[in-house]
Design a protein around this ligand. Structure first.
Ligand code: GRG
Length: 291
C-alpha cells in the first residue's frame, strides 16, 4: 500500500495542477513548488487506507486524497508568511514566499484552497466516487478546514502568542489546527468507499486521536529533534513565546499522552470487518516519527 498510494498521489496531483504554460506561470510554479517539496503525504495515505479498509478502490479515493493534501499545503504556505509564523525554511527548503515573494505565495495558497474544492466537484471525482460522496466530502472538508476547524485553530494560535495559554485552550487549538484536517482525511477515505455511519464514526475517532497525538509529537520534536531532521529550525515554539503541551506538561507526560491517544486510535479500528493492520501500524509509526 505505501508505495502504491505514494505513486498515485504524485501522479494525480500532477494531473490536477493547471499547466505552467500560461501567463500566470509564476503562480503555478509556486503551487507546484510546495506541493512537490517532499511532504510525508500523511493525509493522502489516511484517505487511501480508510478507503481500502471500507472496500473502495484507489481511483475513487485519489481526488479526495489530493484535495486534502492541497488544503494542507496551502495552510503551510500561509503559515510560513511573515504575517503568521514568518518561517524561512520548510521541509529543508526555502519557504514558498522566500522563493516566489509574499504576493505570489499568498495567491498560491489561495489557488490551492480553491483547487481542492474544484477537485472534489470535478467530473473525474464524481465518476470515480459518485455525486453523493463528492458532496459529502466537500461538506466535510470545508467544515474541518474552515473557521470552526483548521483556520479557527490558527486564529487561537496567533492570539495566544506571548501568553501562557491554559491546557484547555491548547487542547482546542491543537484539535482545530492539526487534528481536524487529519480527521477529515480519515472520513473522506470512508466516504469515497460509500461506508456507513458506524465506520465513519470509528474513522473520525481514529483521526481525532492520531491528530492530537501528531501535534503533541510535533511539540516534542520541536524540543528534541535536530534542524536537519525537521527541515526547519527547531525551538521555534519557545522562541515565539508559545505554550505547548511540552511547556505545560513536560516531555515524559507528553510521551505518555501520545501512547494513550495512539492506543485509543487503534481500539477504534475494532469495528471494521476487514484487516486494519496497516492503519494500526501507521498509528504506531506516527507516534514514533522523528520528522
Ligand atoms: C490556514 C494559515 C492557516 C494555517 C492553518 C495547519 C496550520 C494552521 C498551520 C501549519 C503549521 C503547523 C505546525 C501546523 C500543525 C500541523 C502540522 C504538524 C503540520 C505539519 O504536517 P506534516 O508533518 O507536514 O504532515 P509535511 O511537511 O510532512 O507535509
Amino acid at each position: 500500500m505505501t508505495a502504491d498510494y505514494l505513486t498515485l498521489t504524485e501522479k494525480t496531483l500532477s494531473e490536477l495542477l493547471p499547466s505552467e504554460d500560461t501567463r500566470e506561470r509564476s503562480l503555478i510554479e509556486s503551487m507546484k513548488y510546495s506541493l512537490e517539496a517532499g511532504g510525508k503525504r500523511v493525509r493522502p495515505r489516511l484517505v487511501f487506507e480508510f478507503s481500502a479498509l471500507c472496500g473502495g478502490d484507489p481511483e475513487s479515493a485519489a481526488c479526495f486524497a489530493c484535495a486534502v493534501e492541497m488544503i494542507h499545503t496551502y495552510s503551510l504556505i500561509h503559515d510560513d508568511l511573515p504575517c503568521m509564523d514568518d518561517d524561512d525554511m520548510r521541509r529543508g527548503k526555502p519557504s514558498n514566499h522566500r522563493v516566489f515573494g509574499e504576493d505570489i505565495a499568498l495567491l498560491a495558497g489561495d489557488a490551492l484552497l480553491t483547487l481542492a474544492f474544484e477537485t472534489l466537484s470535478s467530473d473525474r471525482a464524481a465518476k470515480a466516487a459518485g455525486d453523493r460522496a463528492c458532496r459529502l466530502a466537500s461538506k466535510t472538508l470545508a467544515a474541518y478546514a474552515g473557521a470552526t476547524g483548521m483556520v479557527g485553530g490558527q486564529v487561537i494560535d496567533l492570539e495566544s502568542e506571548g501568553k501562557s495559554a491554559p491546557l484547555e485552550v491548547l487542547r482546542e487549538m491543537d484539535y482545530k489546527k492539526t487534528a481536524c484536517l487529519i480527521k477529515a482525511a480519515c472520513e473522506l477515505g470512508c466516504l469515497s468507499a460509500g461506508a456507513g455511519e458506524k465506520e465513519l464514526r470509528a474513522a473520525s475517532l481514529y483521526g481525532e486521536s492520531i491528530g492530537i497525538a501528531f501535534q503533541i509529537q510535533d511539540d516534542i520534536l520541536d524540543c528534541t529533534a535536530t534542524d536537519e531532521e525537521l527541515g526547519k529550525p527547531v525551538g521555534s515554539d519557545s522562541e515565539n513565546g508559545k505554550s505547548t503541551y511540552v511547556s505545560l506538561l513536560g516531555i515524559e507526560k507528553c510521551r505518555e499522552l501520545v501512547d494513550e491517544l495512539t492506543e485509543k486510535a487503534i481500539k477504534a479500528l475494532d469495528v471494521f470487518e476487514n484487516d486494519a493492520s496497516s492503519l494500526r501500524e501507521f498509528a504506531l509509526e506516527l507516534a514514533q516519527r522523528r520528522k
